[in-house]
Design a protein around this ligand. Structure first.
Ligand code: ZN
Length: 488
């Protein structure tokens, strides 16, 4: 009996071990299986990171509304400023399912590689990454597994295409009926200030950047470029992804392509224009730069191992771009309290805001000289010159602390400070201090960062596509070792 108990215990331990430590299979998972995997990742991630599984709402289904699960991963302390939020969304079109599995593997990779791969550790020490593998679980349930076709693309109960379901800045639609999924994304973005985002799709092979919408002032009403004031940044983001992907930038395209995507990137309106896209909404309403990443000619890629190997590095490099450009806080010069402001980079006709609570702002910019224009009711307008530098190994954000002077006071009290740093402690602010873990102390001489041995690529390297020839394969033996420990 005692022996039986011991055997049972072993079997139970083995089962638990498999549940927590087994590697994710390269196969498609149902919504419920996906939920269980995310729960498992939340637990395994907590061993070395801060992982949090949360839902931004429910799907539209009236029979079985499914939670819209997000897993947040970071190693940064809570309640500190200076940590950008990045989001990755998959399965917006329910029948484009590769991205949802890809994102599950990306989560596993981030957890496994933290403390072993320098760039992964750096990214998680300095970033909050929010991953939602499926924003359209109802559509996925309704889809087959076809490479082509439209079944399952929309939210089934509402017949709504989520990527046509957001407020369009250029073409307001007062009759827009929104799905619960789109509303959930909008509420999520009101609550969390995201800097960088990607929506993963399939059915083409291209990195698509805004605008998708038709130019309201243009001569042509369709299929001509409509570029944002931050087109240099968007092209850089798209090239970062395409050039580090082994196939995307090769111009091979897909059989169904009606246009050639030079370098594997395209402006949305130039490909085909439409209103109500999520990418345009992110940029126009929240100052968040989002790409639509089309990752496979087949909407249900049969070989998920290939999909993962092709996209692992691009996903990581893409997330790191949140650390390119300028950040800072805007404070009242007298009270040192945060001020909600309207911001703009000179010569770029695109306004963005800062965080109401912390006063923080972010803008991804390429290396160069810029002027930040700051406006707030009741304060003198402020113009701040700053420089964004390129870097080789680890990213550096230009960090500004801007004090605005109340317009009832003399302007001479306005002060600013501007430095280029990797996040420093700032003792002059009244918001929570910028405290960061000592990132270098987490690494050992034996760090396995062969995957990313090139470090953080410079702009010229990303543009030249030098990354394409770099390939790697991480193999973790933790599960085997742990199993041997358990049965020994
Ligand atoms: Zn799609």
């Amino acid at each position: 009996m005692r022996l039986l108990f011991n055997k049972s215990s072993l079997i139970l331990m083995f089962g638990l071990f498999l549940e927590v430590f087994s590697k994710l299979e390269f196969e498609y998972h149902s919504n419920k299986e996906m939920e269980n995997i995310l729960r498992r990742f939340e637990v395994s991630g907590k061993q070395k990171l801060k992982t949090k599984l949360y839902s931004i709402g429910y799907s539209s289904s009236t029979d079985e509304p499914f939670p819209l699960w997000v897993l947040e991963l970071t190693a940064a302390p809570e309640n500190v400023t200076g940590i950008p939020n990045v989001k990755l969304l998959g399965n917006m079109h329910g029948n484009e399912a590769g991205g949802r599995e890809l994102l599950l593997h990306f989560i596993e990779h981030l957890i496994d590689s933290y403390g072993k791969v320098k760039l992964v550790s750096w990214l998680l020490n300095n970033t909050r990454i929010h991953i939602i593998p499926s924003i359209n679980p109802d559509g996925f349930s309704n889809a087959g597994n076809s490479c082509n076709g439209m079944k399952g693309r929309e939210v089934p109960t509402k017949k709504i295409d989520l990527n046509r379901n957001f407020p369009d800045f250029f073409h307001p639609n007062p009759d827009l009926v929104q799905a619960k999924e789109s509303k959930a994304v909008m509420k999520w973005m009101e609550e969390t200030k995201f800097i960088l985002s990607a929506a993963l799709h399939e059915g083409a092979m291209v990195a698509n950047y805004p605008y998708d919408s038709i130019n309201p002032n243009g001569d042509n009403d369709d299929d001509s470029e409509y570029l944002t004031p931050d087109d240099d940044v968007f092209k850089h983001l798209a090239r970062t992804y395409a050039n580090s992907h082994p196939v995307m930038s090769t111009n091979k395209g897909c059989p169904s392509d009606v246009k050639e995507f030079k370098g594997g990137i395209t402006n949305g309106a130039d490909w085909y224009s439409f209103d109500g896209g999520m990418g345009d909404y992110n940029y126009n309403y929240h100052g968040c730069m989002e790409l639509t990443l089309e990752l496979s000619c087949c909407k249900f890629p049969p070989n998920l191992t290939n999909l993962w190997n092709e996209n692992k590095k691009p996903l990581l490099l893409y997330c790191l771009q949140a650390h390119r450009g300028v950040t800072g806080v805007i404070l009242d010069s007298e009270t040192k309290k945060p001020i909600k402001t309207k911001l703009k980079i000179s010569d770029r006709e695109a306004y963005f805001g800062n965080d109401r609570k912390s006063g923080e702002f972010w803008r991804i910019l390429l290396p160069g000289q810029y002027v930040l224009e700051v406006e707030a009711p009741g304060y003198y307008a402020h113009f701040e010159n700053f420089t964004v530098e390129d870097f080789k190994k680890f990213p550096k954000l230009t960090n500004l602390t801007i004090f605005l002077t109340n317009s009832s006071l003399p302007t001479t009290t306005t002060t600013t400070s501007s430095t280029t740093v990797i996040h420093t402690t700032n003792t002059t602010t009244s918001v929570s201090a910028l405290i960061f873990p000592n990132i270098t102390s987490r690494f050992t001489d034996n760090d396995d960062d062969k995957d990313y041995e090139y470090g953080f690529p410079s702009i010229s390297e990303l543009t030249s596509g030098f990354l394409k020839n770099s390939c790697a394969n991480l193999a973790l033996l933790l599960s085997v070792i742990s199993f041997l420990v358990v049965i020994s």
